[in-house]
Design a protein around this ligand. Sequence first.
Ligand code: ZN
Length: 303
Amino acid sequence: MKIIHSDILSFPLYENQSFLVSKYQRLTRRIIAAGLASPDELLTPAEATLAQITRVHDPDYVDRLLKGQLSDHEIREVGLPWSPQIIERARRTAAATVETCRWALQQGVALHLGGGTHHAFSDRAKGFCWLNDCAIAAQAMIAEGLASRVLILDCDVHQGDGTAAIFRDAPNVFTFSIHGCTSYPYHRQPGDLDIDLPADAGTTAYLEALEKGLETALDRFQPELVIYLAGADVYEDDRFGCLALSREGIAQRDRMVLSRFAEFRIPVAVTLAGGYARLIEEAVEIHMQTARIAFEFHRSGYC
Ligand SMILES: [Zn+2]
């Protein structure tokens, strides 16, 4: 199975960046140590092109983003300091999700060790997200004629507000977000299907709701490709989450998602999205678990 990673840059770090960069570096080492991929098999993409980005993002916003001309208010909204390196990273993250979709279409399941920057709107950065990698990837697949109907399944604990707003009137992209009701963002954007769970819902209630949601999504929309945000921040000991899933419950979630789409031979591009467990190793372990499950499905001859 192809594993794509965009985690090649290091630079002076703000607290949340430090956690994330360290998490992804540890994860990459674990992937290699576990024999899921050799260093040469980890693909590192170039940056997303301007044409790919501006299919989703407002050209004026993109211009100001690349030149470092966002206002103080806009920078506060994203919660991270601007730097050329962090924008290069955002562009590589978007390109990595594009590549992950391409590989998924060829081999059934592919994995990006990152991505899921779902709070970025067409014309603004928000919540650690500068560019919406999943939206850029969905539009790239449609523009290139590789898929005509894309489902974005967002299982991060936070609603995919940017993604929902971007595709509000798009008939060929279906946005389904299942998230926690007390979590950021406080102003939801209506997607095609939203499930807002109560705080501390726990594993059983979550899995029941997800199962029904998958049924509804498949009834209403027949995707040719799924982009899956396998957020680890649904975990019970996540600093920013509220849904209180166990680690085993998250494994059940990943298996439920992949088996549902495998049944219909619908390719799935997996991105990891959020994960901020109090102990960094736990966040890494949950992402590793998702990677192992993706491998199981790949090995079982998914498509
Ligand atoms: Zn999140």
